[in-house]
Design a protein around this ligand. Structure first.
Ligand code: NAD
Length: 391
């Protein structure tokens, strides 16, 4: 694994857990973790359960006993690490968004195609697909329970940079993160809604905004921080969007709206998706991730209404390995499910999803949104991936 902070910790927990929860054709061994700071990565290896640590990710590539490289770094290093790992015959799990640019995502997808021919697998970490209620939404759509999909309404809202004094961390720098709320959280709802509906976004009209254009540099990068007596810290330009809002057409005929913001005061990690079809509707809310609201318009009029399904039965996706019905699961389980599916695919020699091609398609949507916003919201078509996407 490369990176040991937020996603490094979330993925480590999943790698630790997955062998013990699921009966898999192969077992994960947590061999080597990489970070740039020796003391911090040593501590992380100990805390997160890795056998060893290194400060150079090339050590992962060079070791013959390492089969999988899990990339949990900011987007500016995804392409370089993934390309080197695939060339060395390592299976790759890469966090989302796949890359910072379409060009990088195309190169990664091309490398994944070459590697696949040699049995080397790759996957992008859109973990919300693996929340059981989300997987179930997809099944309801695929089974025709919603009929023809007319509307998709997706929001992903956070508020962690409402304070203008919040520092200029890597997520607010285009060269490190690619984009802001758009690629960080907008990418999730793009992937999730396409996964659930089986439809792809074909074109968009967008607005984006950077509400706070200059912020204090982080203490660790400047050596200085704002002082309590009013001394000002050096500042830098915010080079990404704080919020992105767009309307979209899906290729199956649905109309969609998307909103991704880091300025939705009071909303911490509020991901909601509602889908309306000719025969029914579904609503998912991440703050109630064990539940799905389902409206079945085929029921007698007198019995119609949104029903709350508790997605904790053994028959529900992923749930048979967990607890008795009604004993709920959480955010971290989506990563255990991700590792389960990845290990199973690699061990049985099939392609895991979402593939790099699927993630490239999300990147092309992000690119269309950015282009539309730059051109005063004019309609922007999503460019073709040129590689067949799996989902
Ligand atoms: N799936 C999700 O829900 C989800 C949530 C958060 C972040 N992410 C994605 O995960 C990735 C990492 O985000 P994060 O929140 O964990 O960031 P973070 O800042 O918490 O951690 C980044 C880690 O990468 C390390 N790192 C950076 N450059 C490195 C290099 N060249 N070599 C070795 N280590 C390096 C840092 O030291 C740190 O450990 C991003 O692509 C982000 O978009 C996904």
């Amino acid at each position: 694994m490369v990176g040991y902070a937020f996603m490094g910790a979330a993925h480590s927990q999943a790698w630790r857990t997955v062998n013990r929860v699921y009966d898999l054709p192969a077992r994960a061994r947590m061999a080597l973790i990489c970070g740039r700071d020796t003391a911090k990565v040593a501590d992380a290896a100990d805390r997160l359960g890795w056998d060893a640590y290194t400060t150079d990710w090339r050590d992962l590539i060079n070791r013959d006993d390492i089969d999988v490289v899990d990339i949990c770094t900011p987007g500016d290093s995804h392409a370089e690490i993934a390309l080197a790992a695939l060339a060395a015959g390592k299976h790759v799990l890469c966090e989302k968004p796949l890359a910072n640019t379409v060009e990088e995502a195309r190169a990664m997808t091309a490398a994944a195609d070459v590697a696949r021919a040699a049995g080397v697998r790759s996957m992008c970490g859109f973990n919300y697909r693996r929340v059981p209620a989300v997987t179930m939404m997809r099944q309801l759509v695929a089974d025709g329970r919603l009929g023809v999909i007319r509307h998709v309404r997706a929001t992903y809202l956070q508020d962690w940079i409402v304070d203008p004094q919040f520092p200029l961390v890597w997520r607010l720098q285009k060269d490190r993160a690619g984009s802001g709320a758009l690629g960080d959280i907008g990418a999730h709802i793009i992937d999730l809604t396409q996964f659930v509906t089986g439809q792809r976004i074909s074109g968009v009209s967008a607005v984006t905004e950077t509400f706070v254009k200059e912020r204090p540099l982080p203490a660790e990068s400047s050596g200085l921080a704002a002082t309590a007596d009013g001394g000002a810290a050096p500042t830098g330009q915010v080079t990404v969007d704080d919020a992105a809002v767009f309307v979209a057409r899906l290729d199956g005929g649905a109309l969609a709206t998307y909103e991704a913001s880091r300025f939705a005061t009071g909303r911490k990690n509020a991901l909601r998706v509602e889908i309306n079809g000719s025969l029914g509707s579904v609503l998912f809310d991440l703050e109630r991730l064990n539940e799905l609201e389902f409206y079945d318009a085929t029921r007698p009029t007198t019995e119609q209404g949104f029903s709350r399904i508790l997605v904790t039965e053994g028959e529900h996706p992923y749930m048979s390995a967990w607890w008795p019905p009604g004993h709920i699961i959480g955010y971290e389980h989506s990563f255990t499910h991700e590792m389960r599916d990845f290990i199973e695919a690699v061990a049985t020699d099939v392609d895991p999803t979402p593939s790099f091609a699927d993630a490239l398609q999300v990147q092309l949507v992000l690119d269309a949104v950015a282009r539309s916003a730059e051109l005063g919201s004019s309609w922007a078509e999503v460019a073709p991936t040129l590689t067949p996407a799996s989902v």
